[in-house]
Structures are given as C-alpha cells and as structure tokens.
Design a protein around this ligand. Structure first.
Ligand code: NAD
Length: 269
C-alpha cells in the first residue's frame, strides 16, 4: 500500500489535463483522494469529459472546466469557476503548454507572443487570480510544469525555451514573495516525455511511428524516455502534506545531469 500523501479532499485544478502529463497528474491526484478539475481548451471538451468520466468511474472525483488560456479574462474566470465548483481551491498545477518549433528566423512577434501567452503569461495570471483565495484560506500549492529547455534549449525551440526559462524565474520569484502568505510555488522541469502530442510531433518531423523505441543512448541513457505517470509521481510529492515546507524549488527530472554533463564523445575527439 502506498503512503498517504495527505491529498484526500484537496481541491485541485490541473491545466491542460485532457491529455499527456496534465492528464496523468489529474488522474494521480484523484487516485490520492483529491477533487480535481480537468481543464482543456474548448476544442478538447470531448477528451476532457472522457478523462473526468474515467476518474469518476474508478471512484475518484472530477469535473470539467474549459477555458482558452491565451485570453486573460478566461484565466481569471477559470479560477473563479474552479472555486465555485469545488467550494475552494488548494492546488493549482500549471501544466498547459505549447511547443511549436521555430528558430530565431521563424520567431516573429506573433509567434513569440502566442507561446509566451500560453506557457508564461497564463500561469502568472492564474496564480494572480487565485492568490486572494489562497491567502484567505491559509495558503495554496502551485506546481508549474517547465522543461529542461529552460536552461538553454534547442535552437528550434527558441520561444518555448525562453518561456520555460521565464516560468522558472516566475516560480522562484513568487515563492519568495508569497511564502509568508502560505503560498508554495515549485516547479518540475521534465526531460523528454512520451506523450501522444510528442509522439505526433516527431512523426510529423519525419521519424517512424516507433521512434521512441530507437532513441540513441546519448538522449536516453536508460534506453527509453519518461512516461507521463513518472512525472505525475513526483508532482504529487510536491503537492502532498510532506511537501508543506518545500517552496521555490525547481526540480530537473531528467536521466542525466543538466549541468556539467560531458556527453560521451565520438571516437577520436
Ligand atoms: P500535451 O499537448 O498533451 O499537453 C498540453 C495541454 O495544454 C493540452 O491538453 C492542451 O489542450 C493544453 N493547452 C495548450 N494550449 C492551450 C490553450 N491556449 N488554452 C488551454 N489549454 C491549452 O503535451 P504534454 O507533452 O503533456 O505537455 C504538458 C506540459 O509538459 C507542457 O507545459 C510541456 O511544455 C511540458 N513538457 C513536456 C515534455 C515532453 O517531452 N512531452 C517535456 C518537458 C516539458
């Protein structure tokens, strides 16, 4: 039997939880006894309803709230609606994100603004909208889902990498500014995770359907990349009772060190 994480009855909103890592976190939170809002954009209502229904069918509590996160007013409404539905809000997981490919040449103002709006501005606006409620209720726990790309990132993921770098600073800044209000803001920066979206992106880029079985060991020393459930495992540790003091922590969840790594070099170099 797994240890009680102290999540029973907690009210949680997980953005972008109709798929991928967010879905795994929502399912795991519900399995630990939390009451969960499954969130997605309007275009994904069917998938969000399916996730919520399956959580309920397995004995958990879940409801759906749809909102377009590029819309500032919708971010505020999503928080208000979640509080109204659950009666309170204890946990906010900022997971929704987009990772369109683009180097400097491709990254014009519109492209950049769209990525920043979803990956960085929306988390800020959601936390801002929830803060008065968190303060009034003795605190709240926020977990931001960043990326290892935050530390430099790939050439073709410029806007994405910058957005996750900004998210990392947002996490630390708000943790420092509002720790005394009972707010806890932490972040997981995952490495490569096998989600349906990631699978589809790589197939569109020209890899075979089973690319994830053929990843070179420089990229995946363990012989495979992460499953969303493995990210969810660490997410609930931050959000549970024993994470009560942990604040402003940014955890890399990767299969090799992010700093100081010296990749195995080709012969002769
Ligand atoms: P995903 O596409 O399955 O999940 C992203 C979710 O965000 C989707 O459900 C989508 O509907 C939602 N979303 C996107 N734009 C939105 C908008 N404008 N309004 C409302 N909802 C919106 O992909 P994923 O791989 O599960 O990614 C989840 C998070 O994990 C993202 O923040 C991503 O950057 C991060 N991440 C993923 C990987 C990976 O390898 N898959 C690695 C590191 C970090």
């Amino acid at each position: 039997m797994s240890a009680d994480l102290g999540l029973k009855g907690k009210a949680a909103l997980v953005t972008g939880s109709a798929s991928g890592i967010g879905e795994a976190i929502a399912r795991r939170l519900a399995a630990e006894g939390a009451r969960v809002i499954v969130h997605g954009p309007l275009s994904r209502s069917g998938e969000a309803e399916k996730v919520a229904r399956e959580i309920r069918d397995s004995g958990g509590e879940a409801e759906v709230e749809l909102a377009e996160l590029t819309d500032a007013a919708e971010c505020a409404r999503l928080i208000a609606a979640s509080i109204a539905r659950l009666g309170r809000l204890d946990i906010l997981v900022n997971n929704a994100g987009i990772s369109p490919r683009g180097d400097l040449e491709k990254t014009d103002a519109e492209f950049f603004d769209r990525v920043i709006a979803v990956n960085l501005r929306a988390p800020l606006l959601l936390i801002r909208a929830a803060l008065p409620h968190f303060k009034a209720n003795g605190g709240g726990r926020v977990l931001n889902i960043g990326s290892i790309n935050a530390y430099c990132g790939e050439a073709g993921l410029l806007a994405y990498s910058v957005s996750k770098g900004g998210l990392t600073t947002l996490t630390r800044n708000l943790a420092d500014a509002h720790g005394r209000d009972g707010l806890r803001v932490n972040q997981i920066n995952p490495g490569w995770v096998l989600t349906a979206n990631e699978h589809a992106i790589k197939v569109r880029e020209g890899l075979s359907e089973d690319w994830f079985r053929q990843i070179p060991r420089e990229h995946a020393p363990g012989g495979r990349i992460f499953q969303p459930e493995e990210i969810a495992h660490f997410a609930v540790q931050f959000l549970g009772a024993q994470g009560e003091l942990v604040n402003g922590t940014v955890m890399e969840l990767e299969q090799f060190p992010m700093i100081g790594r010296n990749v195995v070099k080709a012969a002769g170099f």
